[in-house]
Design a protein around this ligand. Structure first.
Ligand code: PDD
Length: 283
């Protein structure tokens, strides 16, 4: 017996879970997803992920597969059935199965798949050490605010980072950093936390929104504007945020060590606040 997963109304052993070869997620990457982190068996910011899912679906005119209540019930059942304490729940909605055509099919039910993944999030290998990043061109499409399953560009980015002997890549467009391959990007300069403002150029991270709120509550200075890699290389510190990395320090950018080459104070403090608050508010 492997994991219990959810596919279109059924809870199944992962070996028995099947999707049609005509599924538009498979044929055209016509789908969206969410990743919710689980700490102590509880979901972190579930409501935020549901709001973003609804927006992704509506931007793509994709039918909602289930009510939010039902999706919440499925999350809970998967966490329970798999005894998940720490890790994530992955959710994917695609436009469903239909004969291959560029046009959206009519009257087809969207497909909903969910599964759990065990992950060491709190004490992840990079939590204490921080990560090293390189910069690469952002070759993704123009609607990065929609969380689609077209992940080949970030995948190529992470492979380029691996080949360069570092942990991840920041994406650069028109001279400015958009975001990380699978996270939002920040620098800290002169006590100011600088991160790109929201637009169609980046994903509106659920972790980003919580971390910026906590930073402002802690009287930290937050500036939402694009920044360059030159600024990043001269920054006091840098960090990334996402549902799976929370707040993780960046200790080196394009071969340049930041500060003393160790995780910076601001990032460490924000990670601590984020984890404290998440433990309290998890559902
Ligand atoms: N990635 N930007 C991009 C391009 C992302 O793929 C992600 C998340 C984020 C951060 O969003 P959030 O804070 O809501 O996780 C920003 C997920 C974790 C993934 O693809 O695994």
């Amino acid at each position: 017996m492997g994991r219990t997963v959810y596919v279109n109304g059924e809870y199944l052993d992962e070996a028995d879970a099947k999707i049609s070869i005509f599924d538009r997620g498979f044929l055209m990457a016509d789908g969206v997803y969410e990743v919710t982190s689980i700490l102590n068996g509880k979901m972190i910011d579930f409501d935020g992920h549901m709001v973003r899912l609804a927006r992704s679906l509506s931007e793509l005119e994709m039918p909602t597969p289930e009510t939010n209540d039902e999706i919440e019930t499925i999350h809970r059942e998967l966490i329970r059935a798999n005894g998940l304490i720490e890790g994530l729940v992955y959710l994917q909605v695609t436009r469903g199965a239909a004969d291959r055509s560029f046009l959206f099919p009519e009257g087809v039910k969207s497909s909903l798949v969910m599964f759990t993944q065990v992950m060491n999030l709190m004490e992840s290998p990079t939590a204490a050490t921080g990560i090293k990043i390189i910069s690469i061109p952002d070759i993704r499409w123009g609607r990065r605010d929609i969380k689609t399953i077209q992940l080949l560009a970030p995948s190529l980015g992470k492979m380029a980072a691996k080949a360069a002997g570092v942990d991840d890549a920041w994406l650069v467009e028109d001279g400015f950093v958009t975001e990380g391959t699978s996270n939002n990007a920040y620098i800290v300069q002169g006590g100011k936390i600088i991160t790109r403002d929201l637009s169609q150029d980046i994903l509106s991270g659920i972790t980003r929104s919580a971390v910026l709120r906590f930073a402002r509550e802690a009287q930290m200075d937050v500036v939402e504007r694009p920044f360059t890699m030159t600024e990043a290389m001269e920054a006091d510190e840098a960090f990334v945020t996402s549902a799976t990395t929370f707040v993780t320090s960046v200790i080196e950018v394009d071969g340049q060590a930041l500060g003393d080459g160790k995780p910076g104070l601001v990032a460490r403090r924000l990670r601590e606040i984020y984890l404290d608050e998440s433990m309290k508010s998890g559902t």
